[in-house]
Design a protein. Structure first.
Lengths: 252, 17
């Protein structure tokens, strides 16, 4: 009947929050404890220089591989969200095609060291200078700034899990066939997020701050697409033959 | 869309481990 505001009990919201938190922890690629243990491992200057002196296409390929690995975990996360696999196959693909990289950027704050402005990459913590060979300094700076601002919100794992699910279940993506179903699922996830924020006694404005992050994520992803197009215009064969097939499928 | 996203479709079909 077009009503997208489901009546959901507290018990249902608790259940939804628990399932999404569990899905997140099962698919988060690295546990916080693992990352903390590695946090002292920064790239040495000669290692930084070795990344900087890589040919542009080699560094692009390396980053495409790392992004693809992270996206595979996001696909597993999506599959475990209650209701996701009940959506039609078209809409599952639409949501992952549009949202998987956004969730990778959200998850990046777990792997980010705000004090040193470094992110876990290829075995150690890397600053923006490590990615110089990509030729996308402005995008890299924006990605690091985004991670830093996400970190400043100090989200717990359950809050991060629910926000990731909220981002993934965006009902305003183009080409959805059963928009109403996605809207209901996103609404339920937002209520579960709100419920958890209240339970965790978080500040009142946090949900709004998180909503603002959605447009920042979209901007980062469209800039990634632009940079990829520019790269492909110069190196069409490299993308065609050396980039991971899933990456090409999602961003090609 | 399914035809253009065979790998993603396959990943979605694989059972969760």
């Amino acid at each position: 009947n077009g009503d997208t505001s489901p009546t959901v009990s507290m018990a249902e919201l608790d259940h939804q929050a628990q399932i999404i938190s569990k899905s997140h922890l099962e698919t988060c690629q690295y546990l916080r404890e693992e990352l903390q243990q590695m946090s002292w491992q920064n790239f040495l200057q000669d290692e930084v220089e070795s990344y900087q002196s890589k040919p542009r296409e080699v560094m692009w390929q390396l980053c495409a591989v790392k992004i693809t690995e992270a996206i595979q975990y996001v696909v597993e996360f999506a599959k475990r969200i209650d209701g996701f696999m009940d959506l039609c196959q078209n809409d599952q693909i639409v949501l992952l095609k549009a949202g998987s990289l956004e969730v990778v950027f959200v998850r990046m704050c777990r792997m980010f060291d705000s004090q040193n402005n470094t992110v876990y990459f290829d075995g150690k913590f890397a600053g923006p200078d490590v990615f110089k060979a990509l030729g996308c300094d402005d995008l890299i700076t924006s990605v690091f700034d985004f991670a830093k601002s996400m970190c400043s919100l100090h989200l717990s794992e359950d809050e991060l899990a629910l926000f990731s699910a909220f981002v993934l279940l965006s009902a305003d993506r183009s080409w959805l066939q059963e928009k109403l179903q996605v809207e209901k699922l996103q609404q339920k996830t937002q209520l579960a997020l709100q419920h958890v924020l209240q339970k965790n006694q978080r500040e009142d404005g946090l949900l709004n701050k998180l909503r603002c992050k959605v447009s920042a994520l979209r901007s980062l992803c469209s800039r990634h697409t632009e940079k990829l197009s520019a790269f492909r215009a110069v190196y069409p064969d490299i993308v065609g033959t050396h980039f991971p097939p899933l990456y090409k499928e999602l961003f090609g | 869309l399914k035809e253009k996203h065979k790998i993603l479709h396959q990943l979605l079909q694989n059972s969760t481990s």
